[in-house]
Design a binder for this molecule. Structure first.
Ligand SMILES: CCCCCCCCCCCC/C=C/CC(=O)SCCNC(=O)CCNC(=O)[C@H](O)C(C)(C)COP(=O)(O)OP(=O)(O)OC[C@H]1O[C@@H](n2cnc3c(N)ncnc32)[C@H](O)[C@@H]1OP(=O)(O)O
Length: 302
């Protein structure tokens, strides 16, 4: 008992620095509907939260069609959903997945990085940093049930999770492919990949902008498990049950021990990172290539 209380105090002390200043900005979430068992269901236009209070788990479904691109509004809604779940003692784990068929997330929203003013770029980048920090350091067990393609920022979101299950579909691929767009993955994207697959594999993947199909993703370690498409959610559930069997405080402290140095690096260089991003994204050459890339995506259909 005394040990459990001591662990709780220690956990709070360790988590406190990240809790401060990392609160999600108020956004357009809909009213929380009271569940019959007292557990709140969260609704927002782009994030659907399906709570399973008996299991202590919530499924967070991304639904920002057509491709779950991580726009400013969508990021804000995701962060608010995460914060609500973290603040509700019912939940110990979340499964993040997509409600858009065939697409987990197309990554950062290119329209947020193209043709806007420097203030907007700064605001957007701060939200991207926030998403990474909050998911990477979440005290909840976070499992990605990856049911679609997941390039760049979509891959980053998966990499913040504790475990990744990918659907075995040859159309799906996952990776940090920024160089293919002529942009550079920031140091914290790189650090997260290095922590997941090791330095050599990360260097090769980043320089070549590799998007790994399922078998390759499993081999290199970008994902932990590849399963038939219709088993992605059930696999994520059973993995979650294993993780939730571990004493929560011990697991949370271990997560922080493993991730703190990586998160600290961004926390200490956060403003400089925003300035770098704004300087980089404002360059004429970068704007031109992002614009051309967006046009190419749009013309693909026609
Ligand atoms: C030492 C120097 C250091 C300097 C440091 C500075 C640091 C700065 C670095 C900056 C780094 C920035 C990091 C960025 C990471 C990212 O995440 S960038 C985004 C990368 N994402 C992609 O490349 C994916 C692009 N999309 C696709 O490939 C395809 O859309 C798809 C495979 C996901 C889905 O294909 P399909 O189902 O055929 O749909 P589409 O017809 O292609 O798309 C439908 C619709 O969505 C629009 N769209 C697609 N992706 C995005 C996106 N990421 N953002 C915004 N919009 C997107 C697409 O244009 C279509 O729009 P319309 O319906 O035609 O209007």
């Amino acid at each position: 008992m005394a040990l459990a209380v001591g662990m709780r105090v220690l956990t709070r002390a360790l988590l406190r620095p990240w809790a401060r200043g990392l609160r999600a900005a108020p956004g357009r979430t809909g009213p929380a509907a009271g569940g019959g068992d007292g557990v709140r269901c969260f609704r927002s236009p782009r994030v659907l939260v399906e709570p399973d209070p008996a299991a202590g788990v919530a499924v967070v479904k991304m639904r920002n069609p057509p491709v779950n691109s991580l726009s400013l509004e969508f990021l804000t809604e995701l962060l608010i959903s995460l914060e609500k779940l973290e603040n509700d003692k019912t939940f110990h784990g979340i499964i993040i997945t997509s409600d858009c068929p065939g697409i987990f997330s197309a990554g950062l929203d290119l329209t947020e990085m193209c043709g806007r003013d420097p203030e907007h770029y700064a605001e957007y980048w701060k939200a991207v940093q926030e998403m990474w920090l909050r998911f990477y350091l979440s005290n909840l067990v976070v499992i990605a049930a990856i049911n679609g393609i997941s390039p760049a920022g979509g891959c980053l979101l998966s990499l913040t999770c504790d475990y990744r299950v990918l659907a075995n579909n040859p159309k799906y691929a996952i990776g940090l492919n920024e160089t293919l767009l002529g942009i550079v993955a920031p140091f914290w994207f790189k650090d997260t990949l290095v922590n997941t697959i090791g330095h050599r594999s990360a260097e090769r993947a980043l320089q070549l902008g590799l998007l790994f199909p399922p078998a390759e993703a499993l081999r290199v370690g970008v994902v932990d498990q590849v399963v038939p498409e219709d088993q992605v959610q059930s696999t994520a559930r059973s993995v979650m049950a294993q993780w939730l069997d571990i004493p929560d405080h011990a697991r949370q402290l271990t997560k922080i021990l493993m991730r703190k140095p990586t998160a600290d690096r961004l926390l200490t260089e956060r403003d400089a990172d925003i300035e770098n991003f704004v300087r980089f994204i404002c360059k004429d050459s970068i704007q031109k290539s992002l614009h051309a890339y967006l046009e190419k995506l749009k013309q693909k259909k026609g």
